[in-house]
Design a protein. Sequence first.
Length: 527
Amino acid sequence: VPYIPEGQWLCRCCLQSPSRPVDCVLCPNKGGAFKQTSDGHWAHVVCAIWIPEVCFANTVFLEPIEGIDNIPPARWKLTCYICKQKGLGAAIQCHKVNCYTAFHVTCAQRAGLFMKIEPMRETSLNGTIFTVRKTAYCEAHSPPGAATGRRKGDSPGSLSETGDEEGLKEGCGEEEEKEEVEEEEEDEGQGGVGGPLKVVPKKNKMTLKQKIKKEPEEVGRDTPSTVPMVTVPQIPSYRLNKICSGLSFQRKNQFIQRLHNYWLLKRQARNGVPLIRRLHSHLQSQRNAEQREQDEKTSAVKEELKYWQKLRHDLERARLLIELIRKREKLKREQVKVQQAAMELELMPFNVLLRTTLDLLQEKDPAHIFAEPVNLSEVPDYLEFISKPMDFSTMRRKLESHLYRTLEEFEEDFNLIVTNCMKYNAKDTIFHRAAVRLRDLGGAILRHARRQAENIGYDPERGTHLPESPKLEDFYRFSWEDVDNILIPENRAHLSPEVQLKELLEKLDLVSAMRSSGARTRRVRLL
């Protein structure tokens, strides 16, 4: 019943069978919450929840009950060890491994056995699946410390002083609260207790440590009655004793007994409706007000949390967007640099060659001695000896200003750096030795740049490529015979000293570029 109406009302069982008590097809007990099956019979809601083969067609109204025909014959033949009845209803078995004790669901609840339903969440590749796990144990295998519905002085199966079996107790026992919660929270009948049925070995019958009394049967159970059955809640004996212990006057036991009888008759006369229509105590009202205030505060905190979560989500999206923009601008900058280099190679290829050569020359000056102009505050008399100072930074400014029209002008400034340093500094200084080293290493770089310029072909007026590259033989294609010939003085006697020096330096560059070997080392020393 999703919504209990105010005042008198009838459940499905009393509405469709007002004059005849209904029987559960799954257990022999009467009374309780019934729902109709798909074939017109009746069954307890709790029985349908705990028997694995049974399910509900509608999980909101928990009706009709389906799957009765799917129950295997072996389950119908199980004997309940509480009521000792066989063939009446379908029983479940103890969850303990190798325990074959069977019992009806309602018998187990009335006997106070351990029955627990736990929600389960299983995560798989298809997503998260929510299920329930139901475990029920017999009395011998109940977990230690498990709370049951029994009290001192109560025997299994007799929880009320009146012995009436019909109906549920109204807010009195822990069992009834547990059963109501289970009936409301269970969804469509999923897997049963213990899974498949356990077959009991003939030579392995279980012996109970404690005999359980069979609940007294109601007189005339199978006899049709013309009086409508009224379900009246029961008050357990321990509840009556607790109420009685709180009173102090004469013959209180008689008074409590008569009061109990009056309450039963009054409930029967009102068809089971409570005597007090709506009981709202001041404490309950205060508790409800505090609960509403707490709910409002919780709702406000949740709204604030939701706002900050949304703000954080927006900031995270903005951060990701900014990161993407940064990467885009970085790629755009690289693209612009590539376009600039391509345009420069197309319009000013000679400047590109000179810039590459200047970078190689500066790499040969790791101490940065020739990187900047000489500081006149440290060397006041420098201009008295050097009329035209020169350094790498000045050469780079002239290069960016397109002041070098030929490679000879570029080489002249480089030689000026070396000669100025060697002229001003003594031979035993570190600056003089650095200039000599730069002259030797830089000369090879400049000769290589000259050969590149001759092979590529540049227009000296505009600094662009020639329409056609000059057809020259490959400079690096030579033989050891050519080197040996130039080493013989008679073979170069007809050349001027400048031409001889040029030829020897070119051969030195060629041999130095060869792979290291004994012949290479010997010829380098001779050259």
